[in-house]
Design a protein around this ligand. Structure first.
Ligand SMILES: C[S@@+](CC[C@H](N)C(=O)[O-])C[C@H]1O[C@@H](n2cnc3c(N)ncnc32)[C@H](O)[C@@H]1O
Length: 228
């Protein structure tokens, strides 16, 4: 009889553990699906709200031969840009540089603020053309955007006070771009901030003796460094 009771207890225990595990898996899936739905909705809402076309297209194949040291186009989510702009407290003297602007989403949203200038650099001519076209569709700009279709490593950065990167390139180009910014500080001494969304090479920025890590912007994957 006692052996029988023990067996029942064991079966109940195993059933309970199995059910709990199943609920955990289900919860994770529901949470992930809800997150994906909200994300997709917010992306399409943003596109419609601003009347621009900056989503990644599955029909469009980025020409990777153009940038062997680069990454293809992905757009920074709208909510990340909103958090970033709120954090930055940009003022009229700021010059915002987007390295690898893609279709121009970040540059456009920043241009809705009254600052000195927005510079949008893109290597891929097709994407650069789309970014320019988007700027004609975007009606909220208060600040002019200078579009540059070139390799970021070759661009002059003497004016920039805020530099943004969403993993446009790999380490070699990143080193050159950071050296360019560092050199520009002796030509035009000023405080600069560098923002990276989902940075793959934060160790490269951490090692710069002229930069200090400021922190992460809450609820985003944006890390901020500033000049010392
Ligand atoms: C991940 S996307 C980011 C797009 C945009 N900044 C955003 O956050 O929405 C990276 C972009 O960098 C561009 N890129 C790659 N290498 C580059 C380089 N050396 N100079 C300028 N742009 C580059 C790619 O073509 C791509 O559009």
């Amino acid at each position: 009889m006692e052996k029988h009771n023990w067996l029942i207890i064991k079966i109940v225990k195993v059933t309970f553990e199995l059910t709990a595990s199943l609920f955990k898996i289900l919860y994770r899936h529901v949470k992930y699906s809800a997150y994906s739905l909200i994300y997709t909705y917010k992306e399409h809402y943003g596109e419609r709200k601003f009347g621009i076309d900056t989503c990644e297209s599955y029909l469009y194949k980025d020409d990777l031969s153009l940038h062997k040291d680069g990454h293809p186009y992905y757009a920074t989510p709208y909510y990340v840009i909103e958090c970033m702009i709120a954090y930055l407290k940009l003022n009229s003297g700021d010059v915002f540089v987007d390295f690898g602007c893609g279709k121009g989403r970040v540059a456009l949203l920043v241009s809705a603020r009254q600052i000195e200038k927005v510079i949008a650099i893109e290597l891929n001519p097709e994407l650069a053309a789309i970014a320019r076209k988007n700027s004609t569709l975007f009606k909220l700009s208060k600040t002019p955007i200078t579009f540059i279709n070139a390799d970021a490593a070759t661009c002059e950065v003497n004016e920039g006070t805020v530099f943004y990167m969403f993993n446009p390139f790999k380490e070699t180009t990143l080193h050159t771009v950071l050296d360019n910014i560092k050199k520009s500080l002796s030509i035009n001494p000023r405080a600069v901030r560098i923002l990276c969304f989902k940075p793959l090479f934060s160790h490269v920025l951490d090692k710069q003796d002229w930069l200090t890590f400021e922190g992460e912007i809450g609820l985003t994957d944006v890390s901020v460094w500033r000049s010392k």
